[in-house]
Design a protein around this ligand. Structure first.
Ligand code: GRF
Length: 206
């Protein structure tokens, strides 16, 4: 009989950490089987770190400003991940572009959430980009991370209707609600293990 280990998940943040909070809540409720082994921020002032400490997680700040190059910073974050024996990485508002140095050791095990229906509106301020473009349906995407900007295989998307009365802020708030659901759903699928990449799409394993 094989003993299933609880997947060891690290969460990388840069700011408020509401997606981290949603993941925490899902783990706490038993809706997502994972152990959050580290919460790492590249910014010392990230509000999400305060929550992580209050909830008893191991927290780490690896300030990118303290390193001469992007790769040096990535190697320092990797050292923390290895120290914690992290198996999976969830980027939750982690505002750093990643290079192959970081991605290669965890390829296929790094997950990101983006607040648009990719491939529309990659990059920063996606909700504003979508709103200003005039889309009628916005949304969010959870995807595996590769070297492209917001371009890896798609795990989960959730759509949000744009209302005539919306502002960027009201639309972004409704997208965020869907992000929290989408991220937990995607992690449940990925950490559950029965999946494969078919082209650009993550699908159930046959
Ligand atoms: C979210 O909108 C996420 O999609 C984007 O950055 C934002 C992070 O928000 N990548 P939070 O820190 O999880 O609240």
């Amino acid at each position: 009989m094989s003993v299933q280990q609880t997947p060891r998940l690290a969460i990388l943040i840069s700011g408020r950490g509401s997606n981290f909070a949603a993941i925490h809540e899902a783990v706490r409720r038993g809706e997502l089987v994972a152990e959050i082994v580290a919460v790492i921020s590249n910014r010392p002032d990230a509000v999400g770190l305060e929550h992580a400490r209050a909830w008893g997680y191991a927290t780490f700040t690896v300030d990118h400003k303290a390193f001469p190059s992007r790769e040096d910073h990535e190697r320092a974050v990797l050292a923390v991940l290895r120290e914690c024996n992290a198996e999976w990485i969830a980027l939750a508002g982690y505002m750093r572009k990643l290079t192959a140095t970081f991605i290669e050791p965890y390829r296929g095990r790094i997950v990101n959430i983006h607040p648009s229906l990719l491939p529309a509106f990659p990059g920063v301020d996606a909700q504003r980009q979508a709103f200003l473009h005039g889309v009628k349906v916005a949304g969010c995407t959870v995807h595996l991370v590769d070297e492209t900007l917001d371009g890896g295989a798609i795990v989960v998307q959730r759509a949000v209707e744009v209302l005539d009365s919306d502002t960027v802020d009201t639309l972004a708030a409704r997208i965020l609600e869907q992000e929290h659901l989408a991220y937990v759903d995607a992690l449940r699928r990925l950490l559950g293990g029965a999946w494969r990449v078919d082209g650009r799409r993550v699908v159930a394993a046959r």
